[in-house]
Design a protein around this ligand. Sequence first.
Ligand code: DGL
Length: 269
Amino acid sequence: MTGPARSAGPVGVFDSGVGGLSVLRRIRARLPHEDLLYIADSGHAPYGDRPADWIRARSLELADLLVARGAKAIVVACNTATAAAAAVLRERHALPIVAMEPAVKPAAAATKSGVVGVLATVGTLKSAQFAALLDRFANGIEVITQPCPGLVECVERGELDTHATRALVARYVAPLLARGADTIVLGCTHYPFLQPLIAELAGPQVALIETGPAVARQLERRLKEDGLAVERARLGSSAFYASGDLSLANRVMRRLWAEDASIEALLPE
Ligand code: DGL
């Protein structure tokens, strides 16, 4: 395929569910002319408690679906899937694969107290990739990790500020504050949708850091380097697919993305 024809394809983005929309909104803001194709694998969320082998196989399937729909680049908008599958995805596909990792590096640079908290899924925190990230970037600072079972499910149900969500967030943030964290890494793409609640419960002295903006910048860089960036006047389109309960996906994704978003069933599941 020639350069311009390849650059005409969409950027494919996937997550275990609706959380990756927090990354997609950063991509949309940075790359307004790109067509975007998003898969929310909500029928299988959460990934965080599943075996790495399962996550790897499912990530390969989702990437294949995106490539079959013409994706010119793939963004793994899920920390858990990145830890389990980024390497195999890069082996299988020659296109740019941009993936997430918890923002430990910028947090280590930003902290004044020398204590950083990381909120993430069980899968991310127990991965070898996360251990390597700490080895590389957490020298001289204390990193307190907090697995957050149940939080992804709250966001999947669109419960961003219910009593139950509030109680879970309070339980997960308290140990970080007690140990003196002044910077908290949102190490799962679902958590930026809980940012107002986390910020309220953590207090104004605590900075929250997410990876979405860095991923959008990295995607822009990769598209330019590979000659894949679109050059056209029209604004890009956004298409959405979801597995699982389609009416729930429509309700929640319209709230998190835009009222006029139209979500189609992901086939085959
Ligand atoms: N958004 C996913 C992440 O960033 C959530 C994983 C899950 O489904 O547990 O890790």
